[in-house]
Design a protein around this ligand. Structure first.
Ligand SMILES: Nc1ncnc2c1ncn2[C@@H]1O[C@H](COP(=O)(O)OP(=O)(O)OP(=O)(O)O)[C@@H](O)[C@H]1O
Ligand SMILES: [Mg+2]
Length: 325
């Protein structure tokens, strides 16, 4: 049996796309082969985040979501199959969902429309990348919270407030807020972003812009939350990043992905109880069983954890869009 046929049969058995190729050397990068880092001839990324590689594509930026996964702020050595594709296509879903509410930085995800030097790298870019407009980014993160969770819960326990927003006594962990709140954060170059009050945010970006971004953030959050709810998910909180282009406010970055948002399955929700992270919980639970000090380098993940995590990302996509990848 030829190598390609054998691999295709193995692919079929494991439910992976059966891509035809003639030898293992020429095995194309399929979406189920995790991509840890992009390699574009003659182009250096202008940034490699924990997950994304970003390139200057002339008029636009090329955003590539790799399959890297981080936990406790450390990038782990394994990739998660389909993760980059889910992050990209879920952002695209939300850009389309929100297009009448706010201009977005999305230009195209069709590699055939990319500049010529990028088109040759379709095997790496297809499905996981997009061209976006270059924005002058607003230097704060716009967070909306409908529930008191994560750093919000920590702040509330200490001060009874989150980002200077006084909350009623007696709220429970992961409890529903009477109404969603805007809780900005700094964009730390290194280390953790820091929660700041609305007043502190106005000192950084000015009163006018800050008020506009607060209203827009809460509006988008509520629309997205209603959609998520109709899909059986609670959108507990999320982070947006906005930029400006020709004096207009534009929604940038990734949008309402499991990496930038807390989604909880409605059927398992209970105030006062820790809620598992929708996507990374298997990874975090596994890492907690190890004697690892949560500094780089991170440990290898077992195949079963990688597979279950991949399924969760795919499930998030399917649940929110009602479509398979
Ligand atoms: N349209 C845009 N134009 C210019 N910069 C953008 C645009 N959209 C997003 N950005 C910026 O690009 C960067 C995206 O980086 P990325 O999310 O990959 O890494 P990061 O935010 O530094 O780290 P993390 O991995 O924790 O998210 C952010 O600094 C974001 O503010
Ligand atoms: Mg980011």
């Amino acid at each position: 049996m030829s190598v390609s046929l054998r691999v295709n049969i193995i692919g079929l058995l494991f439910g992976k796309p059966a891509t035809l190729f003639t030898s293992l050397d020429r095995m194309p990068v399929t979406s189920s082969t995790p991509l840890l880092q992009t390699n574009i001839d003659g182009l250096e990324p202008i940034a490699r985040g924990k997950v994304r590689d970003i390139y200057d594509a002339g008029e636009h930026l090329l955003f590539v979501a790799t399959d890297r996964i981080s936990a406790f702020d450390v990038v782990l050595p394994n990739g998660i199959p389909h993760k980059g594709e889910v992050l990209t296509k879920l952002s695209m879903f939300w850009f389309d969902f929100l297009k009448d509410v706010v201009p977005t930085h999305f230009v195209t995800a069709d590699v055939d429309e990319y500049p010529e030097n990028l088109r040759a790298h379709k095997d790496q870019l297809d499905g996981r990348s997009m061209l976006v407009k270059k924005l002058d980014m607003v230097p704060i993160e716009c967070v909306a919270r409908g529930y008191v969770s994560g750093s919000g819960w920590k702040d509330y326990q200490k001060t009874g407030a989150v980002c200077g927003v006084k909350l009623p006594d007696g709220l429970r962990m992961n409890g529903l807020l009477a109404e969603p709140i805007f809780t900005p954060a700094t964009k730390a170059e290194t280390g953790h972003d820091e929660n700041i009050s609305f007043e502190q945010a106005t000192e950084i970006i000015g009163q006018d812009l800050c008020a506009k971004l607060r209203d827009l953030t809460l509006d988008i959050f509520s629309r997205a939350g209603q959609h998520a709810l109709a899909c059986g998910l609670l959108l507990a909180d999320t982070k947006f990043e906005f930029g400006q282009l020709n004096g207009e406010i534009v929604l940038g970055d990734e949008v309402l992905t499991p990496d930038s948002s807390r989604y909880w399955p409605l059927e398992f929700y209970q105030a006062g109880k820790p809620m598992p992270s929708y996507d990374k919980q298997f990874v975090r639970d596994y890492l907690e069983t190890l004697d690892w000090d949560k500094t780089a380098p991170g440990p290898e993940l077992p195949a079963s954890i990688i597979e279950k995590t991949s399924e969760k990302y795919l499930e998030a996509y399917y649940t929110l869009t009602d479509e398979d990848l």
